[in-house]
Every structure is written in structure tokens, then in C-alpha cells.
Design a protein around this ligand. Structure first.
Ligand SMILES: NC(=O)c1ccc[n+]([C@@H]2O[C@H](COP(=O)([O-])OP(=O)(O)OC[C@H]3O[C@@H](n4cnc5c(N)ncnc54)[C@H](O)[C@@H]3O)[C@@H](O)[C@H]2O)c1
Length: 447
């Protein structure tokens, strides 16, 4: 695969055209990063709704710069939107895959990525490059995706086309900045030529350069280990915070001191772990390990600890109130996002907390400053951005997400001075000084 023009030049002269499959939280910012470098991009997505939003300049509302970059690029014809994955593959040279991998009842569902790779394979040409970004069980690129690409195209990887794995490492809300500035890009290739091309290519957008891995499987594992580390560390925090309760000590005070030792990075305990990354990647490792008869006891146990946190916290909070036999009591749950200050509620522990309260016969109302509507909450649960409406007439307040704005809350905003109600702070987000005289129980604290 000879290349006379420098790679950078062939991209800016639109001699090498990109297609990006999936324009969501990850694919959108990747497309924007290449557009900023002067590339021509065909953005492919099955969501006609999303493509319409992009056309009207109101997509990616919570990711700075993306929508503006898209609008500018559409007007210059540098960005083309399509739902036709095969045609986009025919018309592009560098194909980037950024679609999700689902997990249902602990089973990994690769159908979406397989379908996208199938579409790419039908338009694959000599000299093309395929870059896979989603987090995957180790071996997926080589054992599953490679054969789809080769079989349908009649081409050979490394000889006729490059196959690269480049896991995305972004934090929602600052994804473009992460891609361009904050992390080195992890790259790996099916062979030496793919790998060298990956290094050369990703250096163009990644200011921190690249970390080149020796195999696709190593890079696939790297990404999963990031999630496993976080999940196990959070489980450890949950366990140690229980220990603190039993020894009448304060976890938060202790970890401040503990983490001043350079090898300690103890995480925070809380109501549970959500999102499509941290609770999901350990499952990829657990499932893969089973095939090789390798033990993953620690990882499984950490999952179990974190998965039981919503129930444990909900039950602990209920100890603060006496259930009335005569009237249905209301619990106000603060926070639906899986993490503070994000608009994403996928796999949020709040769903389990709400479910437990409903099953115990309480009325539940949820506040979230970032999420307006949600289809997964049961219909009898009110979701609102109006805090006073949610806490009105509540008998208990349960804080589920560490949104920064909760830090500033005061007694007056959450509880009626004539009828002070208890609060369970599942994230240690409230400022205790603002709640004198309130029965306030905080995860990891004794007072
Ligand atoms: N969100 C994160 O913070 C994050 C961070 C690192 C890695 N990842 C990885 O990136 C992957 C994608 O995550 P995301 O958050 O961008 O998901 P997302 O749901 O925000 O976006 C995925 C997009 O793919 C589109 N899509 C679905 N099927 C398609 C198909 N057949 N053809 C074309 N488009 C299709 C969807 O319409 C959607 O717009 C995940 O698997 C995850 O492993 C995510």
C-alpha cells in the first residue's frame, strides 16, 4: 500500500476520506476531531433522529463544540451524513467503528458491531483501513471481526487492508478534549504494517501521542482493565466504608490521609456503579476467562458488592423513618444520572433504588437537574427538574447521584422547618454544616 503524499496532506486534500459508524457519545467527538484537522468525513448512523439533529445544529447538547463543528463542516461539504453503511464504506478509505456493544443478563451481544463490520466489508477496497473503537472482549477483533471483513471482501488483512484497534478513552462532557489533549491514544494492529499506520494516523489528532500495543488482544484487554480497576477499587471502598461504620471512624477522613501515600488511590463508596463502562467491562473479562477456565473471583465479588449497594443503601435509609400504616409515604430521590453532572442514566443505580422503594410500598419522586425525561422509570414515578416539587411532602430524602449543585443545598431547600425530615446522603455530597438539626446519614460516616 504505497503512499506518496504525506498522510496528513492526503487527509486535508480529501484524498483519504473517513467514514465514522455511530455518531453518539464516542463517534461524534471522533468525527469532530478529524473534521477539525481538515478531513472529509461520512458520518453513518441508524438514528435518523440524530442525523436530523446534526443537520439542524442541535445534536450532542452536552458535549462542547461538537454541534458547531458539524454545522460548519456540513456547510463546507466536509461532513456528509448517511444511513447507508455499505455505500459509505465504498466511498471512504479510513473506516472508524464507534457503535455500542450491548450486555443483556450478563451476556455480551455483538450483533450491532458485527452488522456494521459486515456493511464495511461489502465496500472494502485494497488500501483501506478499518479502525475498531468500542470496548470489546479480548479476541473479538481477530477471532470474529477479521473473518467477516476478509470473507465478504475477498481481501487479506495486512496485505490488502489495515485492521486497527484503538479503544476510546473519554469522559462524557469533555470527550473532544480527551481525544485531542488529555490521553495518549492506545493503538494496535493485526500486523506490523497496520500498527505503524495506526501510530502515524492517531498521532495526527492525539497531542499526547500514542501507546503502541503488541497485539489487538493486548489493546482490547488494556481498555477493559481500566474499568475492572475502577470497579474493584469502588467495591473495596464500599467494603472499607462498612468497616469504618463498625469501628466508628469516618472513611472520608481516612482516605484523604491514605491517598496522600503515592501508591494509594482509594475510590469513593456510594449507592452503586452505573454507566455503560465500569459495570460492563468486568463482565467482558469474566465471560472471556470462563472460556479458559481462569478464575476471576475477585472481579466477580467486586461486581457483586457494587451491585448490592443500591439495595443496601435503600434499606439503610429506610431505618431513618417509621412507615405509616395509614398513608402512603413519599421518598424524594435526588439524582438519576449514573454519575454526577452527566446527562446519561444508562445502568444508573437510581433505577434499583427506586424499584426497592416502590416494592416496599412507598411513593417515589426523582429529581435530576440534567435529565428531563426518561422512559425507564416506572410510570407512577414523577421525574422533575423542580427540586421543591420533588421534596414537597416527602418523608425521606435519598441522595443517589453526586451532582455538584447538591453540594450547595441547605436545610431550607430540602426540608420544612416545621417538619424536619431525615436525609440519606449516598454520595457524601451534602455540606453537613448546612444541615444542623437534621437526621443526616452519610455513606462511610458515622455521624
Ligand atoms: N460513552 C463513553 O463514555 C465511552 C467511553 C469509552 C468507550 N466507550 C465505548 O464506545 C462505544 C460506543 O459508546 P457510545 O457512548 O458512543 O454509544 P452511543 O449510544 O452514545 O452511540 C452509539 C451510536 O451508534 C449508533 N448505531 C447503533 N447501531 C448502528 C449501526 N448498525 N450503524 C450505525 N450506527 C449505529 C446509534 O444510533 C448511536 O448514535 C461503547 O461500546 C463503549 O464501549 C464509551
Amino acid at each position: 500500500m504505497k503512499n506518496n503524499l504525506s498522510l496528513k496532506k492526503s487527509i486535508t486534500l480529501h484524498k483519504k476520506i473517513f467514514s465514522i459508524y455511530g455518531l453518539g457519545n464516542v463517534g461524534g467527538p471522533i468525527a469532530a476531531a478529524w473534521l477539525k484537522k481538515g478531513a472529509k468525513v461520512i458520518g453513518v448512523d441508524v438514528s435518523k433522529n440524530l442525523l436530523e439533529e446534526i443537520k439542524h445544529g442541535n445534536s450532542h447538547k452536552h458535549e462542547p463544540f461538537i454541534s458547531e463543528i458539524f454545522s460548519k463542516s456540513l456547510s463546507k461539504n466536509a461532513l456528509i451524513l448517511s444511513t447507508d453503511g455499505v455505500n459509505a464504506s465504498k466511498k471512504s478509505d479510513i473506516k472508524i467503528v464507534a457503535v455500542p456493544v450491548a450486555i443483556k443478563n450478563s451476556k455480551i451481544d455483538l450483533n450491532i458491531i458485527k452488522q456494521v463490520i459486515e456493511n464495511i466489508s461489502k465496500g472494502l477496497k485494497k488500501g483501506d483501513t478499518v479502525i475498531v473503537c468500542p470496548s470489546l472482549p479480548p479476541g473479538t477483533c481477530k477471532k470474529i471481526l477479521l473473518s467477516i471483513l476478509e470473507k465478504n471482501s475477498n481481501l487479506k488483512a495486512e496485505k490488502d487492508f489495515y485492521l486497527i484497534y484503538n479503544p476510546e478513552r473519554i469522559f462524557e462532557g469533555r470527550a473532544l478534549q480527551d481525544i485531542e489533549e488529555n490521553y495518549p491514544a492506545i493503538v494496535s494492529g493485526i500486523g506490523k504494517k497496520s500498527q505503524i499506520f495506526a501510530e502515524e494516523l492517531l498521532k495526527i489528532i492525539s497531542k499526547k501521542g500514542v501507546i503502541s500495543m503488541s497485539s489487538l488482544e493486548a489493546a482490547e484487554s488494556e481498555k477493559l482493565f481500566e474499568g475492572v480497576y475502577r470497579d474493584v477499587n469502588i467495591a473495596l471502598a464500599n467494603e472499607l466504608s462498612d468497616f469504618c461504620k463498625s469501628t466508628s471512624t469516618n472513611y472520608w477522613e481516612i482516605i484523604k490521609a491514605t491517598n496522600s501515600q503515592p501508591f494509594c488511590h482509594l475510590h469513593y463508596p456510594g449507592t452503586g456503579v452505573g454507566g455503560l463502562c465500569i459495570p460492563v467491562y468486568p463482565q467482558f473479562v469474566i465471560n472471556s476467562a470462563k472460556k479458559f477456565n481462569v478464575s476471576t473471583k475477585l472481579i466477580e465479588f467486586a461486581r457483586e458488592i457494587n451491585d448490592t449497594m443500591p439495595k443496601k443503601c435503600a434499606n439503610e435509609s429506610l431505618k431513618l423513618i417509621k412507615k405509616s400504616k395509614s398513608k402512603k409515604m413519599k421518598i424524594a430521590v435526588l439524582g438519576l444520572s449514573f454519575r454526577g453532572d452527566v446527562y446519561d442514566s444508562r445502568l444508573s443505580p437510581t433505577y434499583s433504588v427506586v424499584d426497592i422503594f416502590l416494592k416496599k410500598g412507598f411513593q417515589v419522586a426523582v429529581h435530576d437537574p440534567f435529565i428531563k425525561n426518561d422512559d425507564l422509570l416506572p410510570k407512577n414515578v414523577i421525574l422533575s427538574q423542580n427540586l421543591s416539587e420533588i421534596v414537597k411532602n416527602a418523608s425521606l430524602i435519598f441522595i443517589s447521584t453526586d451532582h455538584k449543585q447538591y453540594k450547595k443545598l441547605t436545610k431550607k431547600q430540602l426540608t420544612n422547618p416545621k417538619n424536619i425530615i431525615p436525609i440519606f446522603d449516598g454520595r457524601n455530597i451534602l455540606n453537613k454544616k448546612n444541615f444542623t438539626g437534621v437526621k443526616l446519614v452519610t455513606v462511610g460516616k458515622n455521624d
